[in-house]
Write a protein that binds this ligand. Structure first.
Ligand code: B3K
Ligand code: ZN
Length: 897
């Protein structure tokens, strides 16, 4: 194939409109696992806005059977099938093209395109899976209307689903049947879906705002019907929320969610037929934790919200991915926050905000500092599936959030309304979204474009000065990128528009009314100042005493703030800041500082000590009954090992682990009586309730138990955990108890956890999602000198319930170990890396998308201490010689470059 048709690197700058448009497509499927025949009839015409060209249809892993133009079969000389698709040289300006092809869903282990899972058929098309189903203009700016006919054996596949409305169904000879679906909305091919198999549905009928009746269905395998209620409730809440907050109504008569256990990611927003990983659908109190319930609500919301942000208005090309993903993540974050605390309970909303920022800082900041660093709107890619990243999703959501921070909820809504008014039914760009926000709010947002085009995490350093005589307080902000990774540095062109929310606190801990120089009067106690230059000074007047600044309230921009607070100041903010996010943040800063100092001492072989005043600061939060349990739990969780390692000049996972364990033990010992009291006080006896309040009690109680397990004599923790394990009426408590027993086994011997571990397996043998937890808990355990976790993991790889082919299972064991157990994974002997290399190579042959994700566990190798670095490089080089997929190659090559 010529390089211009299939270049190795795809660049945003090379975008060209499609040479042909498709006015409609009709697909007929004869579904058979080993050989499914697809007959594809398209109405095509030349795009008047594009240069003339031959017809190039994308196709992959397809067997070409025949092609006909306007009913006339093309001779072999007129059509060329090749590994990237189908080329037809001479075509009329407008014509009907009929293509017959075959594929093998039963042998499709990539889970992209059409595949079989547990005997049922499913599809996954985003980003480029549709071309594995039929030859097509498989790009998001080609939108068309789909009519789909499914034919299959009626006994094996009683349910036949596709997008839109069911317009016809009936029986066929030989025990087969058919269903015909029509989607009234134009859509790109990546939103196509079909499902066929033995499934049952929970159904509900609701009326939307305009009074129309809608049919909602959650389809699952029959034995899972008892785990669908929460997903249905989440869907109904999502529909209501999008009407209320954004005036967006469900546009189809029927909306379906289908659960599948073999799935590469969380879920997929196919028009009217969302397909979900079972992990984000199935829940009841026996099998799912509070976190699972929350994740299901968020993902159901996310996919539903895509119906407008993604489906009605889609992306022109995959560089614009954040147009739909950043925006939709922002929408699901707001939805979850509203479900937690309503629109106004800031403390309850902050719990969600803290969770989201924690993910961003722990993972996206790291991505932005490594070889995969890219702007929210990337400039190039080798494999688009590698760019469904934290940067596109989570940083993208922060970029969208900044519009709301700048313009308020009403201004943001005006921007959204204008966006839909202008672009409904179109495939557009991030610029189009920004322009709608700018125009609806009468603002020039040209500078804001840099948030889309610059990679790396910006740093804002803060200097302050108080002048008692004039009662002025000046805050000087300067922005830059610090030592950004080379990949990020190339993209940086100039200062950003940074909305920086700030408050000032007096000696008594009260907010000071804020009046900026030049203003007639004070206005509020939190102000969003706009940093637009490299350095700017903002002066507050009428400041009667030297204040303590509360910086970047509610994390108003995705930046790193540098300001030299003293420990006492941080403790004061932790106790008094009215901004709940910053209250948490102060505790995290304090802990991070202490833990990094401890890690340095651990590296130097010096004795470890922990400041009493820090313990006292945490103790005050723990016992402050005016704070919600959920908030206290968040405040008392120390920064993760991954985050701490990332803060070191050279990451040393062993030192970080030693430091964090030391601090946990210290907090366990110093606050032992408090933990015991908390454990009793926050028990949730009686029927299980999945409410945010009850979940907060469970979280705090289980944190107390986890701290108690850190004591040199964990007897109390073991006794309480055993009792909790036995009497738990919900998975949150049962899994937490098991985790605590595993943690206690570091001090008390493996025997203390074995009984519960065996019981857990037997009890839930028939529940794959729970068995995933069983694998994950073991893979993330601390281990002991006598039994490193790698040995346990290797033993579990041979367990009859383990399978590399099921992504959830692979993630539960392999990813949990390689990405969520840093101290064990980075063992000095390199045993973790050898294991990683074996698994990357094995997965590469089965499922490149999953393999590429695992590959990323080593991409930050240059950031580690020399000995580890060297071993990681060896492992990467070994992998580089053995892997074949474009997905894995891109990651390995960028890491080694
Ligand atoms: N849009 C899908 C993700 C597709 C990933 C393809 N590798 C799910 C989501 O973000 O809602
Ligand atoms: Zn999404």
């Amino acid at each position: 194939m010529s390089d211009t048709v299939n270049p190795a690197v795809i660049r945003r700058a090379d975008y060209a409109a499609p040479a042909f448009l498709i006015d409609s497509v009709s697909l007929e499927f004869d579904l058979v696992p080993e050989r499914t025949i697809v007959t594809n009839t398209m109405r095509l015409r030349r795009n008047p806005d594009a240069a003339a060209a031959r017809l190039e249809l994308m196709g992959e892993a397809l067997e070409f059977v025949s092609a006909a133009i306007d009913g006339k079969t093309l001779p072999a000389s007129a059509v060329r099938a090749h590994e990237h698709g189908l080329t037809i040289e001479d075509v009329p300006d407008a014509f009907t093209l009929t293509i017959e092809s075959a594929c093998n869903p039963g042998a499709n282990t990539t889970l992209s395109g059409l595949y079989v899972s547990s005997g049922n058929f499913f599809t996954q098309c985003e980003a480029e899976g549709f071309r594995r189903i039929t030859y097509f203009l498989d790009r998001p700016d080609v939108m068309t209307t789909f009519t789909v006919t499914l034919r299959a054996d009626k006994t094996a596949y009683p349910v036949l689903l596709s997008n839109g409305n069911l317009i016809e169904q009936g029986d066929l000879p030989d025990g087969r049947h058919f269903a015909k679906w029509e989607d009234p909305f134009k859509k790109p091919s990546y939103l196509f879906a079909l499902v066929a198999g033995k499934l049952v549905a929970l159904e509900e009928r609701i009326r939307t705002g305009s009074g129309k009746e809608k049919l909602l269905q959650v389809w699952v395998e029959p034995h899972d019907l008892d785990k669908t209620r929460h997903a249905m409730d989440s869907l109904i809440n999502s529909i209501r929320w999008d009407e209320e907050r954004f005036g967006l109504e469900l546009d189809l008569d029927r909306f379906m969610i289908v659960a599948v256990s073999d799935f590469n990611m969380g879920a997929m927003e196919n028009k009217g037929l969302n397909i979900f990983n079972t992990k984000y659908v199935l829940a009841n109190q026996e099998t799912a934790t509070d976190t699972d319930f929350g994740n299901i609500e968020a993902v159901v919301g996310h996919e539903y919200f895509h119906n407008w942000t993604g489906n009605r208005v889609t992306c022109r090309d995959w560089f614009q991915l954040s147009l739909k993903e950043g925006l939709t993540v922002f929408r699901d974050q707001e939805f979850s926050a509203d479900m937690q605390g309503g629109a106004t309970d800031e403390a309850a909303r902050a719990v969600k905000r803290i969770d989201d920022v924690r993910v961003l800082r722990q993972m996206q900041f790291a991505e932005d500092a490594g070889p995969m660093a890219h702007p929210v709107r990337p400039e190039s890619y080798v494999e688009i599936n590698n760019f469904y990243t934290l940067t596109v999703y989570e940083k993208g959501a922060e970029v969208v959030r900044m519009y709301q921070t700048l313009f308020g909820r009403d201004g943001f809504r005006r921007g959204m309304d204008l966006y839909f008014k202008r672009h409904d039914g179109q495939a557009v760009t991030c610029d189009d979204f920004r322009n709608a926000m700018a125009d609806a709010n009468g603002r020039d947002l040209a500078q804001f474009e840099r948030w889309y085009s610059q990679a790396g995490t910006p740093r804002v350093s803060v200097r302050t000065a108080y002048d008692a005589a004039s009662q002025r307080y000046s805050v000087t902000l300067s922005q830059g990128y610090g030592e950004a990774a080379p990949a990020a540095r190339e993209t940086q062109k100039g200062p950003l528009l940074i909305p920086f929310a700030i408050g000032l606190i007096d000696r008594a801990g009260r907010d000071i009314p804020l009046r900026l120089e030049g203003e007639a009067a004070a206005n509020g106690t939190t102000r969003v100042i706009e940093l637009t230059e490299q350095e700017q000074t903002f002066t507050f007047v009428d400041v009667k005493e030297p204040p303590l600044p509360s910086l970047l309230r509610n994390f108003s921009a995705p930046v790193i703030v540098e300001y030299d607070y003293t420990n006492d100041e941080l403790a004061f903010l932790l106790a008094h800041d009215s901004d709940p996010f910053n209250r948490w943040e102060a505790g995290q800063r304090l802990a991070t500082r202490e833990l990094l100092a401890l890690a340095a001492r651990a590296q130097a072989g010096e004795p470890l000590t922990f400041d009493d005043s820090t313990v006292a600061a945490f103790s005050r939060v723990l016992t402050d009954e005016t704070l919600s349990p959920a908030f206290r739990e968040l405040a008392l969780v120390l920064p993760s090992e991954a985050y701490l390692a990332e803060q070191m000049a050279e990451a040393d996972p062993a030192a970080v682990h030693a430091a964090r364990q030391f601090a946990r033990k210290r907090l366990a010992r110093a606050l032992k009586n408090e933990w015991l009291a908390i454990y009793e006080r926050h028990a949730t006896p009686g029927a299980y309730e999945p409410t945010p309040q009850a979940a907060g009690h469970r979280a705090l109680k289980n944190l107390a138990l986890a701290y108690l397990a850190e004591l040199d004599d964990p007897a109390d923790a073991v006794r309480l955990a055993n009792a909790q394990y036995e009497h738990a009426n919900n998975m949150t408590d049962r899994a937490a108890a098991l985790a605590v027993l595993l943690a206690a086994s570091a001090a008390a011997g493996a025997g203390v956890a074995q009984g519960a571990l065996d019981d857990f397996y037997r009890r839930f043998e028939q529940e794959p999602l729970v068995i995933d937890k069983w694998f994950a808990l073991q893979a993330t355990q601390r281990g002991s000198a006598g039994r490193p976790v790698i040995e346990i993991v290797r033993t579990l790889m041979a367990h009859p319930a383990f399978s590399l082919r099921n992504p959830n299972r692979a993630r539960s064991l392999i990813f949990s170990f390689c990405a969520a157990n840093p101290a064990q994974f980075h063992a000095a002997d390199g045993s973790g890396y050898a294991f990683w290399a074996e698994q990357v190579v094995a997965l590469d042959a089965l499922n490149p998308q999953v393999a590429a994700r695992l590959t990323r566990s080593l991409e930050m190798w240059r950031r580690y201490t020399p000995a580890l670095r060297e071993r990681m490089r060896e492992a990467l080089e070994r992998v580089a010689t053995q892997v074949k997929s474009r997905d894995v190659r891109e990651i390995v090559e960028k890491a080694l470059a």
